[in-house]
Design a protein around this ligand. Structure first.
Ligand code: 9MR
Length: 336
């Protein structure tokens, strides 16, 4: 089985690796943005460039150029990289979602993973094999799994199929089940954690390898982290021989009143509670933020603040100044 992600030489030995997702859209135009990733990260991954619609404009075409550039950038800096993602409900091309036949859908999925995993074998230390397959609200939505193209065409077997194919093509990559809303307090979150563990157990019972769960960590600063339940989740995974990582960490502050200082204080609290639960369960393989600077983030587009202030989701502000909570985060990771 593959080992954990290597730490960057500049991180202290034994530190938990720190990483961030980069966007090729800003790579050329903003050299300061680029330099921030070079300076700060043990791991840099393409945020969007390996998604189905971006890689596969048509069924016959594979557009690897943007993803290659990001992965090569990380490698040239001696940084690790990871793959996001094979199976997702979003960012699928129209030609894919137009497929109605089960056999064809299966062939496309297997062919896609074979081709993409093969191309990046040895260059990506892990893959989000499936992303966000758990129902948003399992009790309301009428089942444990999200209603997606892949579920409609192939049923729940698309999950083991994706893992089995990825394991066959890249035996050394860590294979990850990635999902959100796994860290807060409340029945919906308890249910989602239970479903994640259930998927892991089902894969293992079928003899299919799963190496880790990615806890995305899109942290609503107004919500309470269930530190104990998160730690228990990590311990339960560890008992199954499965690792975990924070895979898309950022802070969502649209419900936090006040100025930048108040927002950063709330962010500091939610990140600190999250790390308590995450590290309390087992040593995470990495902590990865979804971007590095508030200059570019999905959070302000999806959940803008009513007071018109800019959102402050990431470790560095829009002027590339570090937030106080980033220093805390790195000190926690350095302790290992
Ligand atoms: O941050 C990503 C944004 O730039 C893309 O437009 C969007 C659609 O592909 O995806 C965002 O990233 C998502 C990630 O892939 C999965 N978890 C939720 C992230 C935020 O929406």
């Amino acid at each position: 089985m593959a080992g954990p992600l290597p730490a960057r030489a500049s991180s202290s030995p034994g530190a938990i690796p720190f990483g961030a997702a980069i966007q090729s859209d800003f790579f050329d135009a903003d050299p300061d943005y680029r330099a921030l990733f070079t300076r700060e990260c043990d791991l840099v991954l393409p945020m969007n460039e390996l998604k189905f619609a971006l890689l596969r404009p048509t069924r016959e075409t594979f557009a690897f150029e943007a993803a290659d550039r990001m992965v090569d950038f990380a490698r040239a800096n001696g940084q690790a990289s990871r793959g996001h993602t094979f199976v997702w409900w979003s960012t699928n091309p129209d030609w894919l979602e137009a497929i109605e036949d089960e056999g064809q859908a299966e062939r496309v999925l297997v062919e896609h993973i074979e081709r993409v995993a093969d191309r990046y074998r040895g260059r990506l230390s892990s893959w989000d094999v499936v992303n966000e397959v758990i129902a948003h609200d399992p009790d309301e939505d009428g089942g444990p799994l999200r209603d997606t193209f892949w579920l409609r065409r192939l049923g729940p077997r698309h999950i083991p199929l994706a893992f089995r194919t990825a394991a066959r093509i890249d035996p050394a990559a860590r294979l990850v089940l990635n999902d959100y809303d796994l860290e807060f307090r409340g029945p919906r979150f308890d249910t989602r954690r239970a479903i994640a563990l259930g998927i892991v157990r089902q894969l293992q019972d079928a003899g299919i390898r799963i190496d880790a769960v990615g806890i995305q960590g899109h942290l609503y600063a107004h919500q309470e982290i269930d530190v104990e339940a998160l730690a228990r989740f990590g311990r339960d995974l560890k008992a199954l021989g499965v690792g975990l990582l924070a895979s898309e960490l950022d802070v969502i502050d649209f419900q936090v009143p006040g100025d930048a200082e108040a927002i950063d204080a709330a962010a500091g609290k939610v990140v600190s509670d999250f790390l308590d639960g995450l590290i309390g369960g087992q040593r995470p393989e990495a902590v990865v933020t979804w971007g590095l600077t508030d200059r570019y983030s999905w959070v302000g587009d999806a959940m803008p603040r009513a007071d018109g202030r800019p959102c402050r989701p990431l470790p560095f502000d829009a002027e590339l100044r570090p937030k106080p909570w980033y220093g805390e985060l790195r000190r926690r990771l350095a302790r290992g």
